[in-house]
Write a protein that binds this ligand. Structure first.
Ligand code: ADP
Ligand code: ZN
Length: 752
């Protein structure tokens, strides 16, 4: 039998003997018709290689390896993974392992360019087909597709579903379809996109081509809808838990909300974040006020002119440390990975909404804060919204239940995360130790008597008054409203003077949150009793209430365990960010496309002192190492601490001068007593900055050099393949270091 050759990139030859006995299929890898044990091992090895070389990460997370395996072998998959879990890799790596084009369907045209830029920065070939391209641009993309030059193509569903597009795609070699934000097919969700319903066609039009659906929203009903609508009955389903362990949750009763917000934000100086408000007016007022207080903030809501909205969004994505004050209109399009906090100035209408909105923080996996101030007034406002909305009764009832659950989460005295996750059916064994209730345990008091007073006041005043008036009665206040209603004669008038106004408000909030009283839908905020309060009123039950101690003063409180950056590292951190920003500007991409914060943080942690070390930093694959390694190294070394760093810099100067003096890499390595590999990297760096020329670094026969250069340029010019990838494509063995130098010279040449 012939050996089997994987034809996509790796050139990995496998002896027939490795295959199961009796099988005589000769095929490229990634097809269903290879015995699974063999492909499994082969695929997994290659997937890990791609992860390390292209993406610069050491290991897969969670289900990533299994998902990639499933799809790379040609199967369908449904992937439910929380935000920041790493969904993109789940289609990007199979896309690299399977021959042909990976089509990514995404509803967010605004994000496609960033996604394409991110892939290009990794040295991969990608393009987006969307309305922002002019005709010539579209023709160029189509031509590259015809020539098979692209690894990835991003499209909105409406574009994909045009008969012309579908016909065109059928003439191409398609590796797989990835349908991102797949919950958009759900008619129940607020992100519903009718075009998504049509995506089921892909199953018939492209039989045998794997399809995967990915989403972070994953209640059971949505999941079923995705499977049914997208015809994924055969798909393997990968469900990750909902937990976002890096997010710290804190919920405080609203008191002086602006002061509370400021004292929260004071711990996030220089960080980017989102502040959600319920109304447009409040968005504008808050943004204005924050800016006055020295916190750079921009407003965002659906009532702003489209250009202004787009401009604000762009600034938020591109600049560091901006605060976006927004209604929930600002949301799904946010791919910024280093949002360090999400603050809610008002109560979200459901736990789903809360989870989704807070989930925009910390996509990069670094510590992030979810903070909220809420009060009963929010419940009233939301109730009014609901009463005025035009859903049917059943729908309104569901919404009310959702709001009740949200309120209960606010008033709960035990671990927030545990309760949040259990709402989604996820079970957390222990307390999380990473939420407000866990780190400063709530003390409770026996509120039975106070609760009875409050409930009888509601009852005796006719279940027609809101909290403000009820508290006035309990405190025995004398005002017009009391007199007009004759409430100074009620038996509960003035019986509650042992508690302060804030304490009474807290009692009422908790009664509502526990379902012992409810807010009437009349729109005036009147409270009513519920059946559930009877045992308490009859003295058959007691009630423990949470103590909202010292909440009246806006205390800073503790948040995420430790700041992402230690104070001592600040200057270096700022220097790294400044370099990243410069590079981002010159490439016309947002900073996090160059490197996510997590990479800079890892750089601070690892302190790379050579290019080789730099290559070990999380998120630095071979392409980025070549492009940016030297620049970032310079900043790291410029830090001036440590003799090692200085030595490295000296060595790199020595390497240059020895090369200029005519020594080859082997000789330099011996002379300086360094690994050859490192010498080559330093030579490549010197080439990329124009300090030496290619022929001064390597010595290859001209024909061979030509062959290698052609191989590099085989694909699109602006996207040379990585060195490891190329090494496998070449028929002849060439040292990687040599390839690094050739590649550096080509890039310098191309970029002029
Ligand atoms: P999602 O789409 O699920 O919100 P992303 O795909 O944007 O998440 O990934 C979030 C971040 O985690 C990105 O910066 C990504 O590069 C990083 N990441 C993904 N997988 C890994 C991994 N295996 N190791 C380290 N970082 C990873
Ligand atoms: Zn907790």
């Amino acid at each position: 039998m012939l050996p089997i050759i994987c034809q996509k990139h790796c050139g990995f030859a496998v002896k027939a003997a490795d295959m199961q006995a009796g099988t005589d299929i000769i095929a490229v890898s990634g097809r269903r018709d290879l015995p699974s044990g063999f492909i499994g091992r082969h695929m997994r090895k290659q997937a890990l290689e791609r992860l390390r070389e292209v993406f610069g990460y050491g290991e897969f997370r969670g289900h990533q390896a299994d998902i990639i395996d499933q799809v790379a072998r040609g199967g369908d998959a449904l992937v439910l993974m929380p935000t920041g879990g790493g969904k993109s890799l789940c289609y990007q790596i199979p896309g690299l392992l399977r021959p042909g084009l990976t089509v990514v369907v995404s509803p967010l045209i605004a994000l496609m360019d960033d996604q394409v830029a991110t892939l290009n920065e990794l040295g991969l070939t990608a393009a987006a087909l969307n309305s922002t391209l002019d005709e010539q641009g579209q023709r160029d993309v189509a031509n590259s597709l015809r020539r098979g030059e692209l690894d990835f193509l991003y499209m909105a569903p409406e574009r994909l579903l045009k008969p012309r597009t579908l016909q065109f795609l059928q003439t191409l070699n398609i590796a797989l379809f990835a349908i991102d934000e797949a919950h958009c097919v759900s008619q129940w969700g607020h992100d519903f996109r009718p075009e998504y319903l049509q995506l089921g066609q892909l199953a018939e039009l492209f039989p045998g081509i794997p399809r995967m659906a990915l989403t972070a929203t994953a209640d059971e009903r949505t999941r079923q809808e995705i499977i049914q609508r997208l015809k994924l009955e055969q798909a393997a389903c990968f469900v990750s838990g909902f937990d976002r362990p890096n997010i710290f949750y804190r919920i405080v009763p609203k008191d002086r909300p602006r002061q509370q917000l400021i004292s929260f934000l004071a711990q996030h100086k220089g960080n980017a974040g989102i502040v959600y408000c319920l109304s447009r007016k409040k968005v504008e007022d808050t943004a204005h006020w924050l800016s006055e207080q020295g916190f750079p903030a921009l407003p965002y809501h659906a009532g702003l002119a489209a250009e202004l909205r787009a401009a604000n969004q762009k600034r938020f994505l591109n600049e560091e440390g901006l605060i976006m004050v927004a209604t929930i209109a600002f949301g799904m399009g946010i791919d910024k990975s280093n949002v360090r906090f999400v603050a809610h100035m008002d109560l979200p209408k459901s736990i789903e909404a809360y989870y989704q909105e807070t989930g925009r923080a910390g996509r990069d996996g670094l510590p992030a804060d979810a903070w909220m101030a809420y009060g009963l007034q929010d419940v009233l406002t939301l109730n009014q919204f609901m009463a005025n909305s035009d859903g049917d009764e059943r729908h309104k009832r569901i919404e009310r239940h959702k709001l009740d659950a949200m309120l209960a989460l606010c008033e709960i005295t035990t671990c927030r995360r545990k309760s949040l996750l259990s709402y989604f059916g996820d079970h957390l064994e222990d307390h999380c130790g990473h939420c407000d209730n866990c780190i400063d345990p709530v003390s409770t008091w026996d509120g039975s008597e106070a609760a009875r007073m409050a409930l009888s006041t509601i009852y005796r005043s006719g279940q027609r008054y809101g909290v403000g008036h009820l508290v006035d009665i309990l405190l025995g206040r004398d005002n017009d409203k009391i007199r007009t209603a004759g409430h100074q004669h009620l038996s509960t008038y003035g019986i509650g003077k042992q508690l302060a106004e804030q304490e009474w408000r807290s009692v009422f909030r908790q009664l509502i949150a526990r379902g012992l009283a409810e807010i009437d839908l009349d729109g005036f905020g009147s409270l009513r009793l519920t059946d559930a309060c009877r045992p308490l009123l009859r003295g058959e039950e007691s009630l423990a209430l949470r103590k909202d101690v010292a909440r009246s003063a806006p205390v800073p409180g503790k948040y995420a365990d430790k700041p992402v950056i230690a104070d001592a590292d600040r200057p270096l951190w700022e220097a790294l960010r400044a370099l990243r920003k410069r590079l981002a500007e010159s490439h016309g991409v947002p900073p996090y496309v160059i490197f996510p914060d997590s990479t800079l943080v890892d750089m601070l942690r690892q302190r790379p002192a050579s290019l080789q070390d730099m290559g070990l930093v999380s998120g630095i694959g071979s392409h980025k190492l070549e492009r940016y390694g030297a620049d970032f190294l310079q900043v790291m070394l410029g830090d001036g601490d440590g003799a090692q760093a200085t030595k490295e810099l000296d060595q790199s100067r020595d390497v240059q001068s020895l090369a200029l003096a005519g020594m080859d890499a082997q000789q330099i390595a011996r002379q300086l007593n360094q690994p050859v590999k490192q010498v080559y990297l330093q030579l490549a760096q010197a080439i990329s900055t124009g300090q030496i020329e290619l022929h001064q670094a390597i010595d290859l026969p001209p024909m061979q050099l030509q062959r290698i250069q052609d191989a590099f340029l085989n694909e699109a010019e602006e996207n040379l393949p990585g060195v490891k990838t190329l090494a496998k494509q070449l028929d002849e063995p060439v040292e990687e270091g040599v390839l690094h130098c050739i590649r550096a010279a080509l890039i310098l040449e191309i970029s002029g």
